[in-house]
Design a protein around this ligand. Structure first.
Ligand SMILES: [Ca+2]
Ligand SMILES: [Ca+2]
Ligand SMILES: [Ca+2]
Ligand SMILES: [Ca+2]
Length: 409
């Protein structure tokens, strides 16, 4: 199973952000009368004083915006994307077109492995993500391009190149300068060139900052949404104390599956019998066959879901440790990884496509006094590696500085 560092707290924060994407009003101010542009289409810059809002077009997606303040323009732009923590799927884009509202035209978007910079003048290595028509919203306003399905594996640089096929209807607006890095907790965007005519020709302009919003969601992951919060910081704890009867907790976890254009899949997951698992909502039909200890028909809770292109599914797992006193699933008894359950799996037909990380807590003891750091950032054994990384990522003992022996798994 592939292991990678990830941050439950970060993901949880982003979860909240999903539901708080609101309108962010801004004001565009007047500029000089005429500006010489890359395509020679100097436009009289009449004074603009427009109240605008962005964040309106998308729904419950996560998003990263550069800027919407063009002073130049032509066919398109090149830029790079990198998902910093976890695999993401781009679900759509906004770009800036300098035309007045209501102009229609076609825009193509390409991607490549590695940076876009320096590859604007060759078609080699570029893949067409899609071509779609847009209807302009007006200059310095976001115009949506409904082309999605681009996967951004964590830590991999993906170059982007977009091109207006029907220029000057519409005409891309961009901003001189760069390269500029824009980022949030999930995603980094580095601006590069303005694109001229023809496609992948020698007419490109360094540097020009793309005016864009990128909308995205997690690829396929499972994460704790709520659970024990012994440090009252509003974030589910990533640490549990060894020797405590710590459950009695209700955990809610989510499974996201986003693969637009991919095959229809079935999601399978298993929650151990020591929990009562229930489906508590989401955008995909799911069923849970619950463990029934009394009749002993099933040894575990079996979860199956049938997501479409985009789905977020939520489950509650309520420990029933009182039924099974002494069960190690409910009572972490030594330091190391403590799994709530294993990873979810995506299936198509009989083939396993993908698997999420298991839900892992770091079981630790208070070795250095002062109690535990429930965020996982503590270092009880003082070996320089934090408790969560040791237990859940490196599989070393978070309570032993002197050896690399694995903790409990
Ligand atoms: Ca907490
Ligand atoms: Ca401590
Ligand atoms: Ca440590
Ligand atoms: Ca250690």
């Amino acid at each position: 199973m592939k292991k990678k560092p990830f941050s439950i707290s970060t993901m949880f924060t982003m979860f909240l952000i999903v539901f708080s994407l609101g309108a962010l009003p801004g004001t565009l101010t007047a500029r000089e009368d005429m500006i010489r542009t890359d395509d020679g289409l100097s436009q009289p810059k009449v004074a603009v004083d427009v109240e605008y809002e962005h964040g309106l077009a998308p729904v419950a997606n996560r998003a990263l915006t550069t800027l919407f303040a063009e002073n130049n323009g032509f066919r398109g732009n090149s830029f790079d994307l990198e998902a910093t923590n976890e695999c993401l799927v781009v679900t759509g884009w906004d770009f800036n077109f300098t035309n007045s509202a209501g102009v229609t035209g076609d825009v193509s978007i390409y991607w490549r492995e590695g940076t876009a910079s320096g590859f604007e003048n060759t078609a080699a290595g570029w893949n067409l993500l899609g071509t779609n028509s847009v209807t302009t919203a007006g200059n310095n306003l976001p115009t949506h391009l409904n082309v999605g399905g681009l996967k951004l594996p964590a830590g991999e640089l993906i170059g982007i190149y977009y091109y207006v096929e029907t220029y000057p209807n519409p005409r891309t607006g961009y901003t001189d300068g760069g390269p500029t890095l824009f980022s949030n907790a999930d995603l980094e965007l580095t601006t590069y060139a303005g694109i001229g005519t023809p496609k992948f020709g020698t007419s490109f302009f360094n540097y020009r900052q793309v005016n864009a919003t990128v909308y995205y969601e997690p690829c396929f992951n499972k994460e704790i949404v709520s659970g024990n919060d012994f440090d009252f910081n509003g974030i589910p704890d990533r640490v549990v104390e060894v020797g405590t009867v710590f459950f009695g907790a209700n955990y809610i976890f989510s499974i996201n599956h986003n693969d637009p254009g991919g095959p229809n899949v079935m999601i399978k997951d298993i929650v151990p019998r020591e929990w009562n698992a229930t489906f508590v909502g989401g955008s995909a039909p799911c069923s849970v066959i619950r463990a029934d200890e009394r009749r002993n028909l099933f040894s575990d809770n079996f979860i199956t879901c049938y997501p479409g292109d985009y789905a977020a599914m939520f489950f509650q797992a309520a420990a029933r440790c009182g039924d099974t006193p002494g069960d190690p699933t409910c009572h972490p008894y030594e330091c190391g990884a403590f799994y709530l359950n294993e990873g979810a799996q995506a299936w198509v037909g009989r083939a396993l496509l993908d698997q999420t990380e298991p839900l892992c807590l770091a079981a630790v003891k208070d070795m250095n006094g002062g109690g535990l750091d429930y965020t996982g950032a503590g270092d009880e054994d003082g070996d320089g590696v934090d408790d969560y990384t040791e237990a859940c990522i490196n599989f070393t003992d978070p309570c032993d500085a002197g050896s690399n022996s694995p903790g409990r798994r």
